[in-house]
Design a protein around this ligand. Structure first.
Ligand SMILES: *Cc1c(COP(=O)(O)O)cnc(C)c1O
Length: 371
């Protein structure tokens, strides 16, 4: 089945005896045991599993062509579980342009127990030369935050396989509709479901999908179920509901994204635009090869430095000046001030999450704010 169909039907595969066409929210924390001591409903206790979480995991697993999926209470928790599952002393190759919150985990939580290097993964030779005998994980993020760099998933997968290193892709900016890293050779794919999967800026969540139920995956499952950083049944219900329209929302985000990127690219007060759909984006060809379309995320440099950038975000009316992304409403943010003084993000960079409003209205707002 195609993603449009899977997104609507995968979660409904469990038929419930009440006859509901859409799955009800199953709030029970505990489940009846059968006479044989087993669990005829397939669930025992809701930290371990519950019907809404299983439905969500099943859907995203299918959309990403994996063997299994584990939903967490946030995208960051996916990183946390994965890093916890590695043997202390393991070495990780991470991207230089990396989602700030997950980079911060490495720098402040795992700084004593794991080794890591942040490198420019658009250069495959830099990846090859960063590999050490104890490298266990290559974490990639594509498109990356906030510079929208594209890394070649297929080529990095070849390097990782040859060295027996696990390759994990943070594919949040793409969503499962635009990019499927497992089909390109990645071992796992991660999404902050807070973003496009949720799509309405009203639920926090994360999900990891694995190509294989190997030893590392069993550890991650154990951390999920024993640790308990799981989304509530209501969160899972909201996510499952949102995913049904994911493919169509992504069409709108991509369509608007292209229009807005072109507009900004031709604006005299804009120094540079970072959007993989632009032909002058340095990895445009790789993006074309591994993505079905280019999404609704972009960033740009405002002429006139940090003051001009601040001035611009203070003038927008339709855009909300707020962090996060992937919702129906357009958001704009000054990324450097979110990331803090250690950030390498240019100070005149603004990041946009293009929403599903009409492109003319989005452009009108940008036009009046940019002058
Ligand atoms: C938001 C985000 C995360 C973290 O997800 P949370 O749900 O906020 O914990 C990770 N990676 C990327 C690319 C993100 O945009």
């Amino acid at each position: 089945m195609k993603p449009e169909t899977l997104a609507i039907h995968a979660a409904n595969l469990v038929k419930i005896n009440t006859g509901d066409v859409t799955p009800p929210i199953s709030l029970s924390t505990t489940f009846f045991r059968g006479e044989d001591g087993g669990y005829p409903g397939g669930h025992m206790y809701s930290r371990v599993s519950n019907p809404n979480r299983s439905a969500l995991e099943n859907t995203v697993c299918k959309l990403e062509y994996g063997e299994d999926a584990a939903a967490f209470s946030s995208g960051n928790t996916c990183g946390l579980a994965l890093f916890q599952a590695l043997k202390p002393g393991s070495h990780i190759i991470a991207p230089d342009d990396m989602y700030w919150g997950i980079k911060k985990q490495l720098l402040t939580i795992f700084n004593d127990s794991l080794e890591f290097d942040f490198i420019d993964q658009t250069d495959l030779n830099l990846i090859r030369s960063a590999i050490k005998p104890h490298t266990k994980l290559i974490w990639i993020e594509t498109p990356s935050n906030p510079l929208l760099k594209i890394t070649d998933i297929e080529e990095i997968a070849k390097i990782a396989k040859a060295e027996n290193i696990t390759l994990v892709c943070d594919s949040t900016f793409a969503s499962p509709v635009l990019q499927n890293p497992i089909l390109l050779g990645a071992d796992m794919v991660m999404h902050s479901s807070t973003k496009y999967l949720g799509g309405h800026s009203d639920v926090l969540g994360g999900i990891l999908v694995t190509a294989k139920k190997d030893e590392l995956w069993e550890k991650i499952r154990n951390i999920q179920q024993t640790g308990g950083a799981v989304p509530s049944p209501f969160d899972c219900f909201l996510l499952s509901r949102s995913i049904k329209t994911l493919a169509y929302r992504m069409k709108g985000h991509c369509e608007n994204g292209k229009i807005i990127a072109d507009y900004l690219n031709n604006h005299p007060n804009v120094e540079a635009v970072f959007y993989p759909g632009l032909v002058d984006h340095p990895q445009h060809e790789i993006a074309k090869k591994q993505m079905k379309d280019f999404g609704g995320m972009m960033s740009f440099l405002v002429k006139g430095g940090v003051e001009a950038a601040h001035e611009m975000v203070n003038k927008v009316k339709l855009f909300a000046q707020a962090t996060s992304l992937g919702g129906v409403e357009s958001l704009i943010e000054h990324r450097y001030s979110v990331e803090g003084p250690d950030s390498k993000t240019p100070k005149n960079l603004l990041r946009i999450s293009v929403g599903l409003e009409h492109a003319d209205d989005i452009i009108a707002d940008l036009a009046q704010a940019l002058g």
